[in-house]
Every structure is written in structure tokens, then in C-alpha cells.
Design a protein around this ligand. Structure first.
Ligand code: HEM
Length: 373
């Protein structure tokens, strides 16, 4: 259909008249993310009628439906599964590092950060690597359309187009099921669908959402980390001398420049009182993760980047039943990327001290990061 699938603000959204609640204090954010009886993620409350398969994934469901979908892919993100994948991740990182050496001008976002999560998620899902460049174009357009506060007609049109192309692509891939491998999310979901555990729209929604959720945020984590460390040379040096501190440094990167700046939108299903703010049924709300992660009542000296920070209960991966399924994978990818690149290029330097951030209110990630090796 040529008809736009969703345009914000939609006339059937209460928020188009009344705005959207944005909670920013740590305590309120945690309370909202943990609340599942009077706050819903279910699309049926938000979009009446014309939803498309893309939206039929776990983050847009509550309770039993959410648990059913999450359970179907849980094993692929378990500690055990990711540990078995480590050698593959090491190889991916090493290959990209080696091909980087051939270039004179290095942009760490396009030449390094972007490459890793992409290769890794393709192999977990069962999507041929050779198709990833065009998929990346679609996922960027889709991501831009979620930037709720800055979207315009053109961005929405491009998003719709990209969504349809992605869904068509996945339909063909699913049809040629024999080309997929047994140990992949795609294969496993196709089997689950045959056994009646999910419908066709949910299958498409789950694969496309994992594809998008699984790489943009991780690219941002790796890029933000390299920027923060290189712009704090004493902390970079600390990691050169103590690579064992890398996991702790990753937590600080997640806190200080949270790749997902806010949660998805939720809707109140009952009247709720959040610290004296009365949210009525039908009103929408979101959680400003980036703000919560710099709440001065929780984090000492919150606007300082400090990889030696000891108490760091950040919520960069959310919290509660919808907390990020891919958090272990993202942490492992970032750890291996930092370990390898710091060891290989300990004297790396920034070419400019002015970061170029992507224009987005959802993703916090860099457009480019130019360095000399
Ligand atoms: C959920 C952040 C990487 C898949 C979430 C949420 C956040 C988040 C904040 C909660 C959203 C909400 O409650 O509204 C991040 C960050 C990442 C990352 C910062 C990287 C640094 C990944 C990866 C995958 C993934 C690698 C896997 C392919 C998901 C899924 C959900 C989710 C499927 C929904 C879980 C559910 O509804 O039960 N992520 N994510 N994410 N993330 Fe991630």
C-alpha cells in the first residue's frame, strides 16, 4: 500500500493533543520500567487498526504474549551461546582491524565500529553477509523514522519504503528456508511458526526488530567508547596498561553516553501516580534513560566520565521484563573490540576534538570519528 503506515502525531493518539510524559529522574524511570500492571507496551492500546508485521515483536507486547515471544529466541542471547560465539567475534574484529591498516585516513565509525555488530548479528540471525550492505540502508531509514521528535513527511516516506523492502526481503528469505542454517534465529523461528508458536507477522516482526535493535545501538556503544577514551587520554592509557579494566570502562561508557537515550513509548492503562505526577489512562509516557544515568542523587559527579567509577547501577539496557535481551552480546562485542584495538594501536590519536554526533533524539552515536593510528 502507498498509504503511510504511521505518521506522528497520529490523530488517534491522545498525545497528539496532550503531549507525551517524559520522566527523567532515575527513581521514576526505574519505577516506570518495572511497572507492568498499569503501564502497557501493547500496540493495540496505541495504534488502532493498521499495524504492520514489523511492530509484532516482543517489545510491543505485554505479559504472556511478551514472554512467549521472548522465550522463542532467549537461547540465542544466553551467556552460554555468546561464549561459544566469542571466537567468531574475535575473528570478525581482527579481520576489520587488519583491513583498516591499509587505509590512510581512518574513520573509526565506518571503518571499524559499524562493521562488527553487523557481521555478528547477521550470523546469529542467519542472514547472508553479502546482503547486509543493502539491509543497512533500510535499517538506517527505519531508525530515522523512529526519531519521534524530529520526523517529517520525507523521513516517514523513506521509513515506510525501507520497511516494505525489508519485509519483502525477509519473506523471500523465509521462503527459501533451505538456505538458512539450523543454528540460527531465523531457522528456529520458522520451525516455531510451523509448530504454531507464533504467526507469520510475528515471525517477520521478531527478525526485523532483532536485526535493527541488534546493531545500531552496539555500533553506538563501540563508537562512543572510542571517542570518550581517546578524548580522555589518561583513561585510554590506563586501559593500555590495564586491559582487565575494559569491562568496567564499558559500563561507564553505557552510563555516560547511553546509546539508547530513551525507552520505547508506553501507555498508562490505569491512573498512576509517579512521584506526584498523575498519569491518566490513555496517556503516553517514555523514560529518559540518558537523564536517569546522570541523576546526581544516584551517581557521584555524574557529568564526569570516569572508568574507575565504583557504583554504577546505570539503566542503559532498561530494567524489568523488557530489559535488553542482547545486553550480554553487546558487552562481549564491545569488550573484544576495545581489547583488540587498544592492544593493536596504543598510540592512536584523535584528528579532531569536536565530535560529530548523529542528529537523533533516540540514538546517541557518532557520525564519524577520524583518527591517526
Ligand atoms: C530492549 C538498549 C543491544 C535486542 C532494550 C531496551 C534498551 C536497550 C534500553 C529496553 C527498551 C524498553 O524497555 O523500552 C540496548 C543497548 C544496546 C542494545 C544500549 C547496545 C549497546 C541489543 C542487541 C540486541 C538487542 C545486541 C540483540 C539482537 C533487544 C530486544 C529488546 C531490547 C529484543 C526488547 C526486549 C523485550 O521486550 O523483552 N535494549 N540494546 N539489543 N533490546 Fe537492546
Amino acid at each position: 500500500s502507498k498509504k503511510p503506515l504511521w505518521v506522528l502525531p497520529r490523530p488517534d493518539m491522545r498525545s497528539s493533543n496532550d503531549g507525551i510524559w517524559v520522566f527523567s529522574r532515575y527513581e521514576d524511570c526505574v519505577a516506570i520500567l518495572k511497572q507492568s500492571t498499569s503501564i502497557s507496551n501493547d500496540l493495540n492500546y496505541r495504534f488502532k487498526g493498521d499495524t504492520i508485521p514489523f511492530y509484532m515483536h516482543m517489545l510491543n507486547h505485554d505479559g504472556k504474549e511478551h514472554a512467549r515471544l521472548r522465550r522463542l529466541v532467549n537461547q540465542f542471547f544466553s551467556t552460554q551461546y555468546i561464549t561459544n560465539l566469542e571466537t567468531h567475534i574475535y575473528n570478525v574484529v581482527e579481520n576489520h582491524i587488519e583491513s583498516m591498516i591499509k587505509n590512510k585516513d581512518i574513520n573509526l565509525i565506518t571503518d571499524f565500529a559499524e562493521k562488527i555488530p553487523f557481521d555478528v548479528i547477521a550470523s546469529i540471525l542467519g542472514i547472508p553477509l553479502s546482503d547486509m550492505p543493502r539491509i543497512r540502508k533500510w535499517t538506517i531509514a527505519i531508525g530515522n523514522g523512529f526519531d519521534t521528535f524530529t520526523v517529517n513527511e520525507e523521513i516517514i516516506q523513506k521509513q515506510q519504503q525501507a520497511l516494505l523492502l525489508l519485509l519483502d526481503y525477509l519473506r523471500v528469505l523465509i521462503k527459501n528456508e533451505e538456505e538458512t542454517e539450523n543454528q540460527t534465529v531465523l531457522y528456529s523461528l520458522i520451525q516455531a511458526q510451523k509448530e504454531g508458536h507464533l504467526n507469520n507477522d510475528e515471525l517477520l516482526g521478531m527478525v526485523s526488530f532483532l536485526l535493527i535493535a541488534g546493531h545500531e545501538t552496539t555500533i553506538a556503544l563501540i563508537g562512543n567508547g572510542l571517542w570518550l577514551l581517546l578524548s580522555h587520554p589518561e583513561q585510554w592509557q590506563l586501559l593500555v596498561e590495564n586491559p582487565g579494566m575494559i569491562p568496567q570502562a564499558i559500563e561507564e561508557v553505557l552510563r555516560f553516553e547511553s546509546p539508547a537515550q530513551r525507552s520505547s513509548f508506553r501507555i498508562a492503562t490505569k491512573t498512576i501516580d509517579i512521584n506526584g505526577n498523575i498519569v491518566k489512562p490513555g496517556e503516553q509516557l517514555t523514560v529518559a534513560i540518558a537523564s536517569a544515568n546522570r541523576d546526581e542523587t544516584i551517581f557521584t559527579d555524574p557529568h564526569s566520565f570516569d572508568i574507575q567509577r565504583e557504583v554504577n547501577p546505570h539503566i542503559a539496557f532498561g530494567i524489568g521484563v523488557h530489559s535488553c535481551i542482547g545486553q550480554h552480546l553487546a558487552r562481549v562485542e564491545a569488550r573484544i573490540a576495545f581489547e583488540k584495538i587498544i592492544a593493536r594501536f596504543p598510540h592512536m590519536k584523535l584528528k579532531s576534538n569536536i565530535p560529530q554526533w548523529r542528529s537523533s533524539t533516540f540514538f546517541r552515536g557518532l557520525e564519524s570519528l577520524c583518527v591517526t593510528l
